[in-house]
Write a protein that binds this ligand. Sequence first.
Ligand SMILES: [Zn+2]
Length: 254
Amino acid sequence: MNRLADLDWKSYQSRTQHGDAVILLPIGAIEQHGPHMSMNPDVLIPEAISESVASGLTNALVAPAISYGYKSQVKSGGGNFFPGTTCINGKTLIDTIQDVLIALARHGNRRFVLVNGHYENSMFIVEGIDLALESLRRDGIDCNIMLLSYWDYVDQTTIKAVFPDGFTGWDVEHGGVLETSLMLYLHPDLVNMDKTVNHAPATFPPYDRFPPEPSWVPASGTLSSASKATAEHGKLLFRVCVEGIQGSIKTEFA
Ligand SMILES: [Zn+2]
């Protein structure tokens, strides 16, 4: 059993009080991912990766995911104006990360791996970590924290296999082949490939504008087409991320 919140408190205490457990914390977002897919891939993908990573380590627990993320941006997530896209302020995300880390550290935990599934979260997570470490240090508690985004583990060989017609880049992957393939492998009940929209990858000017301009975004909400996504590609992507992350954790926390 490696889902932290499924444990009773005594079992949790005995596994964590000496600080040798590795705590994985998935962080995602609720955000539209096109007409063909549910709005929770940014939560479900890092959660599944974290659970598989934890099952290959001696004493690792997966904390409940932080399911709400920072505001979807036009050029990376389609934008914050789509129905269903439900985001929180940067300050709220910083506070949440900081509070959860401090609480888990006070239980005795000293080793954390934050697994991000939503690009826009990145620097707010960094800030939450930084403030948590600062506050814990004042109390004489030192922790080691790893932060990663799972897609950074997808290597060139996997990219060539998953995108045989050429890779257009991570920035327009929102709701595209990567996330849809992973969801087809992990949660096929939440994908309907009949509803994928075929369109060229979105192109944007080199600047952002505020308020955001919805006409910049394909009407589907996806920034590239998911029509070439398959569960086989999802399995390949999943394995490469899980094995890569396990390797990194073994290196850092040996
Ligand atoms: Zn996503």
